[in-house]
Ligand binder design. Structure first.
Ligand code: ATP
Ligand code: MG
Length: 387
């Protein structure tokens, strides 16, 4: 194989902005181990490194990596040749040489309208050559599909499409701040935002007097997995010890979770201003836990000036878990280091809070501004890169 042919459905639809999206995807792909990456008439071609093009670990790594890159709908290992029909046939024969199959079909796509045969004719001519080798045509349910793509300057031949996650390339949508717990949900929310082209900056709140070591290692592993999707991930870890203390001292147990999450919102907003991020992302899903009734979501999101987006809002736990496994965060999320706020939650937290009541209660915490500023000062920033 010579190259990887990358297809990107949705960004092709963006009219005048299309080059902007294409450039972002090319830039992303240039971070991987390819000889050369370039645009070619509605596709992106990534030339493989010659000395490695038959090496399985190299190829498997590429498959694994591109399967999670936002903006890619599918990608294929392809042979490249010129526009001569004879060479195209030669390459088709080459690509099927070691393949066992009975039935097949050819699917030609021709963006080069000057090529002397149209797609249908090319299917027929090349197909006849394969029939002559003893295979039979089955257009509906073939064992093998041979794809031929004829562009203005070269032809690509391949037999397998690897599915990508689709969406839009990072960072075309702009920056967002994702409130990242050690749980199953918020890493998936980060992934969903990345899939729509957002550059995610993660913020985690923890209590430095608790089991930080275990928790932070877990967070690091999650950040490392997420950096496979976005190539790098900045993680802010905010020490919440003082705020937590004040909340415990001043707020009745059943309301603490809401106030606690409001403070997360205040701080996430401050970080957003610094980072020029345009929204806050959470892993909330309606009704999943007590803090996630519509009333409580209302009371929590009220603390944010920026829009709060919750990409998992309509997903069931099982769907979220499926996605967490797909992106590799699940195995870290289920490690037994609890969220820093889990110990301070009441057995029966309030499920239908009133915003007015919450705002009144919050006034019990007098040094709110100082607490927030000091938590921000006690924040560590670390960047995780694709490994
Ligand atoms: P998750 O699996 O993401 O923790 P959850 O179902 O356990 O979600 P909660 O613990 O109520 O639900 O958290 C809801 C959302 O609040 C999380 O998805 C996350 O966005 C945010 N959040 C909760 N705890 C933290 C934390 N310690 N640091 C950062 N964000 C948090
Ligand atoms: Mg949680």
């Amino acid at each position: 194989m010579d190259c990887i042919l990358v297809h990107y459905g949705e960004i092709g639809l963006k009219g005048e902005n299309r080059p902007y999206f294409e450039r972002a995807l090319v830039k992303t792909l240039r971070q991987f181990e390819f000889k050369k990456v370039y645009k070619r008439y509605g596709r992106i071609v990534c030339d493989l490194i010659k000395s490695k093009e038959n090496k399985e670990p190299y190829l498997n790594k590429i498959i694994e990596q591109l399967s999670l890159i936002p903006g890619i709908t599918s990608f294929s290992f392809a042979i490249k040749c010129d526009l001569k029909l004879d060479n195209i046939i030669k390459n088709v024969k080459q690509i099927i040489k070691n393949k066992k199959f009975d039935s097949f079909r050819i699917q030609t796509k021709r963006s080069n309208k000057n090529f002397k045969h149209n797609s249908q004719q090319t299917n027929t001519i090349v197909g006849q050559e394969i029939v002559n080798l003893g295979h039979k045509v089955d257009l509906d349910n073939p064992e093998l599909t041979i794809y031929i793509e004829i562009t203005e300057v070269e032809t690509f031949v391949y037999t397998r499409k690897n599915k990508g996650i689709g969406g839009l390339p990072v960072p075309t949508a702009g920056k967002v701040i994702c409130s990242l717990s050690g749980g199953i949900d918020s890493p998936v929310a980060a992934f969903m935002s990345m899939k729509r082209g957002c550059q995610v900056i993660a913020v985690h709140f923890f209590n430095s007097t608790q089991n930080e070591a275990g928790l932070l290692t877990k967070l690091e592993s999650i950040a490392q997995e997420l950096s496979k999707i976005q190539l790098s991930l900045k993680l802010y870890t905010v020490d919440f010890e003082q705020i937590q203390k004040q909340i415990i001292m001043n707020i009745p147990a059943e309301y603490r979770m809401i106030i606690y999450r409001r403070f997360m919102m205040f701080i996430a907003n401050k970080i957003a201003v610094k980072e020029k991020a345009k929204a806050i992302i959470t892993g909330d899903s309606i009704g999943q836990v007590a803090s996630q009734t519509l009333e409580n979501i209302n009371a929590i999101y009220d603390a944010s000036q920026l829009p709060v987006l919750a990409p998992l809002i309509g997903l069931n736990k099982q769907e979220i878990t499926g996605l967490a496994k797909k992106i590799g965060t699940y195995k870290h999320s289920i490690l037994p280091y609890g969220d820093c706020c889990s110990y301070m939650i009441a057995k029966h937290p309030i499920t239908r809070s009133e915003l007015d009541e919450i705002i009144t209660l919050e006034k019990n915490i007098e040094n709110k501004k100082e607490l927030i500023d000091s938590a921000l000062e006690n924040t560590k920033i670390k960047k995780y890169n694709l490994s």
